[in-house]
Design a protein around this ligand. Structure first.
Ligand SMILES: [Mg+2]
Length: 390
């Protein structure tokens, strides 16, 4: 058996062509997606638009791979749309054009040689290669990640900061009514969180509630909040402290009742090892943009799972393209997963779409697409409407 037969089996007809499929052009498209309602967490104030970047990889076989990333530019990400576009167009695209789609591991290695860090810029390219591989083989991206152990993924809802207690409770109850059973409550150091959490807990006695401070608190403030809501049955307190204060989170984990979850402090595998070594958290949240795409995120999941950490599939708000990347990753994961907020952009609470067949959610279950690759096709009219480079 030749390598080609081994690698592509049933797709033997034309397998040489599949194996040889090359990237001919990289297109990076900045989009401004207006949110249906503002999104606010503890750092940087209200956000009225998502600044996302869609990537299209063109091939010599006519297929187009899609990826998406975010210019989150809040703590944990210094990326701007112009910066992401420049990193992709000037540095990463030349590493990619002319290369075979199935050379992805070598391409990702070369990305790291050409540009340190910059996971937010590398992520959409990695995911677009995954998308292309799936399209070339005629299988969903989850099949390339090992197969499918789940056809739908339970997701959690996010309650942003509103400073309106009644609105928070009503929003939580409406989402519970729709089928959501777990909630990420964004909290900040400027107060109000204790009452919100207590009221939500009494309004939703069966809900799973987590807190997320997005790295905004100091040690004393985080300890005070944790103690104040210690009897509210809170599943976890996500990234209470700045990303550099992993030791502080470890001490907080020892001194307070609510378990700690890591997010912004886990970008690389080495970051995750530090969390594990210091026992700073009982779980961690990945984001495909923060962590460099679905493949790199899966590496982190394996390391975390080996250390007994709970895994929360997360993401910044985005369209169905980036959400599909996490959905396929979660679908292919054989171990337990916590309910993560990775689909917050597509729960119709926040972002508009740029694809023709967006992901669907029934209750709190996101359906994993069965189409080849990520399973997403650009809605050209919507893309024209939201792109800001023309
Ligand atoms: Mg978070």
């Amino acid at each position: 058996m030749t390598n080609a037969q081994f690698a592509f089996g049933a797709a033997e007809t034309g397998s040489a062509g599949l194996r040889a499929a090359r990237v001919t052009r990289v297109e990076s498209i900045p989009v401004m997606l207006p949110l249906r309602k503002h999104f606010e967490h503890a750092i940087g104030g209200k956000r009225l638009n998502l600044e996302n970047l869609i990537v299209r990889l063109y091939t010599d076989q006519g297929l187009v791979g899609l990826g998406e990333t975010q210019a989150w530019r809040r703590i944990g990400s210094s990326d701007t749309l112009r910066g992401l576009k420049a990193a992709i167009d000037d540095i990463l695209a030349p590493q990619l054009v002319g290369r075979a789609v199935f050379d992805a591991p070598a391409i990702l290695w070369d990305f790291d040689q050409a540009l340190h860090g910059s996971h937010y810029a590398k992520a959409p390219l990695a995911d677009a290669l995954l998308d292309l591989q799936g399209q070339l083989l005629g299988v969903p991206a989850s099949a390339l990640l090992g197969g499918q152990s789940r056809q739908s993924i339970p997701i959690s809802a996010v309650l942003p900061i509103t400073r309106d207690l009644q609105q928070d409770v009503e929003a939580g109850m409406a989402l519970f009514e729709r089928g959501f059973r777990s909630f990420v409550v964004k909290v900040s150091p400027d107060g109000g969180a204790v009452q919100t959490i207590q009221q939500l807990r009494s309004a939703l006695p069966e809900a799973v509630i987590r807190l997320d401070a997005n790295a905004s608190m100091d040690f004393a403030g985080a300890r005070r909040l944790s103690d104040a809501v210690a009897d509210c049955d809170i599943e976890g307190f996500e990234q209470p402290l700045p990303p550099w204060d992993v030791e502080g989170m470890a001490l907080l984990a020892q001194l307070t009742k609510i378990p700690i979850i890591a997010d912004e402090c886990v970008v690389t595998a080495q970051d995750l090892l530090r969390v594990i070594q210091t026992r700073a958290a009982f779980g961690f949240q990945s984001k495909v943009a923060k962590n460099g795409g679905a493949w790199r995120s899966r590496d982190l999941w394996s390391i975390g799972a080996a250390a007994g950490l709970k895994i929360y599939p997360g993401n910044h708000p985005g369209t169905s393209i980036v959400t599909a990347s996490v959905a396929h990753l979660a679908a292919a994961w054989s171990g337990p997963l916590m309910e993560g907020p990775f689909a917050v952009g597509v729960t119709d609470e926040f972002a508009p779409e740029v694809v023709v067949e967006p992901l669907t959610i029934k209750g709190n279950l996101l359906q994993v697409p069965n189409r080849p690759g990520l399973g997403m096709t650009i809605d050209e009219k919507a893309l024209e409407k939201y792109r800001i480079d023309r």
